[in-house]
Ligand binder design. Structure first.
Ligand SMILES: CC(C)(COP(=O)(O)OP(=O)(O)OC[C@H]1O[C@@H](n2cnc3c(N)ncnc32)[C@H](O)[C@@H]1OP(=O)(O)O)[C@@H](O)C(=O)NCCC(=O)NCCS
Length: 167
């Protein structure tokens, strides 16, 4: 039984092994030095704790019974846009609808925050998935951050609202 929840800072440690496994195994475009930087210097436990505590990032965790099997990591709203920084599901749990549930939860969060748009940059293999989720393809960028090609996807939720964009 899959259950989604918003992670409090106190659950980061429990969540972290799943996060590292997904980053190490599901993003083959990143070489070892980049993975080391991402996990040990950037998205390490202390930083994730602080970001979640401050509300800089929202992590939606997907648990199968008591074990984390997937997640969406969403940036704080910026300029009225909700950006999903990471989305991943452990290989053994893919194609079971977990990614779909995570996208739906992200949309609920974005709408609750009155975002006018959702955006994500994905590795090329995720194109079919995002388009199926109703996020339109908005172009690609070559050799982007950390050297990988990325496809950009977005979904407009409403009209840009100055009071939200400047909050
Ligand atoms: C992309 C990802 C999050 C999708 O999660 P998931 O739990 O497998 O997604 P779902 O089961 O909800 O898939 C819904 C539909 O999307 C499509 N889909 C999902 N992953 C796909 C893939 N890798 N290739 C092609 N189509 C895909 C399928 O049509 C799927 O339906 P089906 O399983 O009935 O065929 C997961 O494959 C993943 O973690 N990939 C590696 C990391 C990644 O690429 N993250 C996103 C880009 S940054």
């Amino acid at each position: 039984m899959i259950h989604l929840s918003l992670l409090p800072a106190t659950q980061i440690e429990e969540f972290y092994p799943t996060f590292t496994k997904v980053i190490r195994t599901q993003f083959p475009g990143y070489g070892p030095e980049v993975i080391d930087f991402l996990l040990n210097r950037m998205y390490n436990i202390p930083n994730l704790r602080i970001w979640v505590q401050r509300g800089d990032k929202i992590i939606v965790g997907a648990k199968n019974d008591d074990t984390f099997v997937g997640f969406a990591m969403i940036d704080t709203l910026y300029g009225g846009v909700s950006f999903c920084r990471w989305l991943g599901v452990l290989a053994d749990f893919q194609h079971k609808g977990i990614g779909t549930k995570l996208i739906h939860e992200w949309e609920t969060i974005a709408r609750t925050q009155h975002a006018h748009k959702m955006e994500v940059a994905g590795q090329p293999t995720a194109k079919v998935f995002y388009e199926k989720m109703g996020l339109g393809w908005e172009g690609n960028r070559k050799a982007s951050y950390f050297g990988i090609d990325q496809d950009l996807f977005g979904k407009v939720l409403g009209s840009p609202d100055p009071s939200i964009m400047t909050k």
